[in-house]
Write a protein that binds this ligand. Sequence first.
Ligand code: MTE
Length: 388
Amino acid sequence: MLNGWEPIGIPIHPKGSQTHLSCNLQSASESYAKGLGPPCTGFHASKFRNARVFLIEGLSLCVLERSRMSIKRPWELSSEEITPKSTYLNRRQILRAMGLGGVALVGGRALSHLAFPPAAVQAGTKLNVTVKSPFSTTEKQSTFEDVTHYNNFYEFGTDKSDPAKNSGKFRTAPWTVSIEGEVKKPMKLSMDDILKVAPLEERIYRHRCVERWSIVVPWIGYSFSALAKLVEPTEKAKYVAFTTFYDPAQMPQAKYGGIDFPYVEGLRLDEAMNPLALLCVGMYGESLPNQDGAPVRMIIPWKYGYKSIKSLIKIQFVKDEPPTTWNRYSAQEYGFYSNVNPEVEHPRWSQATERRLGEIFARKTLMFNGYSDQVATLYNGMDLKKFH
Ligand code: MTE
């Protein structure tokens, strides 16, 4: 950190283009020489609020920095402030880069990754996927590395790179999920049981965070409804409440998260029974890495990512709308429904556009994240601004 500024990333042309880079560097150095900022226009850096570009002399390193003085929770950063994982080096990596001279930038991303291998990912167990889902998108999939190194999992820290760094020793076996509440057949299921409830499907879904970044991931699992049918919800069940495992000893970073733990989420019963709601046990052909919510999580692709609760241990069928973590934190900002909706502004930023990790230009946000055909009828007659 330099005088209250901390590095947040390195703008690199997607193809590692030298020309583009040197033009950035030139404008950066000239601007710095004149004491102006933010100096770099090539990567829209002028749009970065509370950010500036810093040139490390002799290393050909052009670093975006964020002011610590007005630091926001990563959650609250606008997408302009968020550097995609694919162009990201953290402070330690930059220091290492200093030791390695200009290598990191010469070849752009590829070389930086040779020099600094990403934090360890749990060795995934190969899963026997027998069904290709008709719900899958044909859009380009995000890279495994982006999906495993740009995460929100506050139990393991608030920085996007924290979950990969801090969840390595998280014990996910043995694992039991308790399914209880308004059901005729409450049960506790081991992971072995869960894997046998229904044939495993690959579902390639768009996954959209309220922070306005998005990814496309080949998740593995089956419709949550298959599990629900097993326990036979009673007439009284109107909602489903989900709870994440919480152990402060294994998750010491959670105490800095600023939210209450365990992390809790909820869905209306008909939302949970919609075939798109996925009980997810894997991705990219294997079991889930810890940082992505091992060993079992929900994926609700038409809602903001925070509804897709990770590392589930309890599922309760309940009569009343259950509390949810981010709604508790700030009800005005994070509604219970949290459907992706370009027309409902978040109080502090627009949701009209989003940026896919690995891409530079923003794209338009799609209503229900592009899943209107499957889910719009769930909300017939509802004021989606009121019930945001
Ligand atoms: N689940 C738990 N238990 N803890 C969390 O912090 N973060 C949520 C959601 N599920 C979170 C969680 C948020 S904000 C998002 S955007 C997604 O997980 C991110 O999922 P990903 O890291 O697999 O992309």
